[in-house]
Structures are given as structure tokens and as C-alpha cells.
Design a protein around this ligand. Sequence first.
Ligand SMILES: [Zn+2]
Length: 287
Amino acid sequence: MKLTVFAAFLTLCIAAAQTPAQDRADPSSTLIAFANAVATGDFNNVVPFVEGAQTDPRFGYDKDLLAAAGLSTGKWTLEHMKSEVTDQEATLECDLTIDTGTPQPAIHQVVHLHKAGDQWFVEPNPTYSPMAVPANDSSRILSDMAAICRYPTLYVRQTMSRLYVCLYNIRDLGGLVLSAAKGKNGQIPCDSSSWSSFVDSLPNGKVLCHCPLDDNNTEYAFNEELNGKSLADIRDPANTVLLYEGASKKLQYRHLGRAAVVFCDGHAKMVDSKEAPKLNWKLSPHV
Ligand SMILES: [Zn+2]
């Protein structure tokens, strides 16, 4: 999945756009309009879809800024929509494709909506946590975006969404390492010296191996303690670092005092300096 370009969009600040009434008349058209609003990268376009969320009046609209960022190339498409609708509530399933110039696999989404007055609203994921993402669940991107809209200021929304994108990027990159290892009888397909070329060999490697707050193109780092190891050597995969944001086993705390880490079971988490000493870098001693 490629959320990095979306993250770049989030640096833009534009004014609120009114949603045409027809877009809100049924859950499917509401969700499609919501995805279009998300694709603009402007949270002021997104918040009208989330009940109780507020636009931020401090920011104005700048079309030139949009064009300069190449926003017209980004497109979020929803396909294979299935819906279960009652009078006031709806559950929609669909496949989300984020088109940023290169073909991307579709990501299955499950989104709940509710009706208030004569409009449908996208329901924020009630379990949204920007600090951790599970290994095998990308189904909540849209409802997490709705949840981010509940944060009170644009600055905080942007901060949270960059953190979220970083976490997704490192998780997806870790997932690619783990699946490559599974295809090689568990042998981890790279080590700290071949890490860069391994990343380059992945279809979206360069995009995924990038934190949205990183201006220097420093990549996420591979845990050198895993050099030459196989998955079977890792006794505590849920606590053993696979990739991390930083270098030389030192985390770089870019996101509200936290750094992204993906573990050998595929889940990713934002770790602060208090949690960092508890991370397991080495394999367990008896191995
Ligand atoms: Zn980051």
C-alpha cells in the first residue's frame, strides 16, 4: 500500500468545500464522495463527512499549491461495493485503490455509516489507534481517516496522519520481508548490508521505505542482529525488532516522541523512549 503520496498531500491547507447534497443522499455515494475528499489531502474537505468534526477556519484555499503538489494525479477509487443498509445505519464493503501513478493492489475496506437528518456520515473507527497497526488488517483506512478528523486542529490531524502513514509504510515493508522469508523456507532474504538493494528490488520499496517526516531520504533500518537468520531462529517474534525508524539500533523519535518499529510477527507500533529499552533486538539467548 502506498500512503506516502497521500501524506505529502496532508501538508496542504485549503478551505472547506461544501459537499453537494446528492453525494450524501445514500451511503454508497457518501462513501465515494468521502474517498474523493480524502484524496484531495485536505482535511477541511473531509471533516464535513464526519459528524461532530470541525473545519479549521485558519487556513485558506490555494489551487496553485494543489497543482504544484501534483494532486490531480492522486485518485482513490472504490470498487465492488457491497452494502447492508437500514433506515439509519449502513455497513459498506469495497475495494480501495489508491492510484498515484503506478498500479497498486486494491485494499479491502469495511466502513460503517449512519444517517443524521437527511445526510449520511462516515463513522470513525471506534478502535482507532495511531500508535499501532496489526499485521494483517488494512480494512480500516477509510474509517481511520474519519477518526483522525475528530482531532481538534489541523496541525494535530496532520501530525497524526503522518504518524499513521509512517506506521503503515514500515508495517507493509516488514510484511514484504516476512513473506519473502516464507518463500525461502524461512530464511530472511536480506541482511543489514544488502538491505538497501533488497528495498530497491521491491516494486514499491522506495516508496514504502520512507517516513513522511523524513526530508533526508533516510530509510528505515534492518535489525542487524537478524543477519543470516531464519524465521525459525526467532523465538519471540512479537517482541523482536525487524525494521525500525532510525539507525544503528537507535530509534529516531520523529512522531510526538515516538518512532515506528515493525516486529517479526508483522505488527507495527510507535515506540517512545521509555519503551525502547524493552525492545528485543537479539534472538533469545538459548538460540
Ligand atoms: Zn516516521
